[in-house]
Design a protein around this ligand. Structure first.
Ligand code: PAF
Length: 280
């Protein structure tokens, strides 16, 4: 497996299947890479902790950086190469200019209308779209894989590509299912922040989603999630059932619905989501 640091060395990987990451890789990322090997083109993973998608009081400086382990995981999962760019290679006009550009990034509706991550993390999706657009420009993938764990991000990036008027050719955005620990906790690089004694508390998010699955309609699902999260001691950012495509409130029957949660413990903010049964 190759480790690429220079943009010029990406040329042989144009047309690849891309798996963009911020490193601190776990089985969720590995499963995306294994899926990508099925695309029949070389798999290129990227590792870049993108400063422009973190808010000023967020965890950019403490975000786990584990490059040696990441390279081993990517290789075992079938990546042909890992692109590990420097901030200068991504943001050629410097970080200050990049932050200004991210703040003005033209965002698709899924990044501004749902009032979920967009409301909880102002500026986040500007940075995500900016860095992913830059990675697409540099790597020119045929396919790009993103996990459903960050469900709103997946919808935002899918819409960004849909609205890009061919900037990235016939690029296809592929979702990868969330990978869970045996007890149901969704895998996340940020799970490393969880104090061991709070592990059972953290499972409240998964339990809340399971309660939502048992409900007969969206409003009941939302009430059950709220109750479960409160019982586990979470501060809730949101726990909602939304249209799985637009992420807007559900209006009609037979809509494909997704339950989405963001909730905070003192040391970590957890997000998770789950497809709901079709309610009639
Ligand atoms: O999901 C992530 O790890 C990041 O948001 C992404 C898509 C790699 C952009 O930095």
């Amino acid at each position: 497996m190759r480790v690429i640091e220079r943009i010029d060395d990406l040329a042989p990987f144009h047309g690849c299947s891309l798996v963009p990451t911020m490193g601190a890789l776990h089985e969720g990322h590995a499963s995306l890479m294994r899926r990508a090997t099925g695309d029949g083109v070389p798999v290129l993973a990227t590792v870049f902790v993108n400063p422009t998608q973190f808010g000023p009081r967020e965890d950019f400086s403490k975000y786990p950086r584990t490059l040696d382990a990441d390279l081993r995981i990517a290789e075992a999962a079938g990546a042909a190469a890992v692109f590990v760019p420097s901030p200068e290679a991504i943001y050629t006009r410097g970080l200050e200019a990049a932050r200004t550009e991210a703040a003005a990034w033209p965002l698709p509706p899924a990044a501004t209308e749902p009032r979920l991550e967009d409301a909880a993390r102002p500026g986040h999706f500007g940075g995500v779209c900016q860095v992913v657009a830059r990675l697409f420009d540099l790597c020119r993938p045929a396919v790009a894989h993103f996990g459903e764990k960050d469900f709103q991000q997946l919808r935002v990036l899918a819409q960004m590509v849909e609205r890009s008027e061919g900037r990235w050719g016939a690029l296809r955005v592929m979702p990868g299912p969330t990978v869970r620990e045996r007890d149901g906790l969704a895998m996340s690089s940020r799970n490393r922040y969880l104090a061991p004694e709070r592990r059972d508390t953290a499972l409240g998010v998964y339990r809340a989603l399971q309660m939502a699955m048992s409900a007969q309609r969206p409003a009941t699902a939302e009430a059950l999630m709220r109750e479960t999260l409160q019982q586990h001691g979470f501060e809730i950012d949101y726990c909602v059932v939304r249209d799985a495509r637009t992420l807007l409130p559900v209006t009609g029957l037979e809509t494909l619905c997704r339950a989405l949660i963001a909730a905070r413990l003192p040391e970590v903010r957890l997000i998770d989501n789950m497809a709901m049964p079709v309610w009639r």
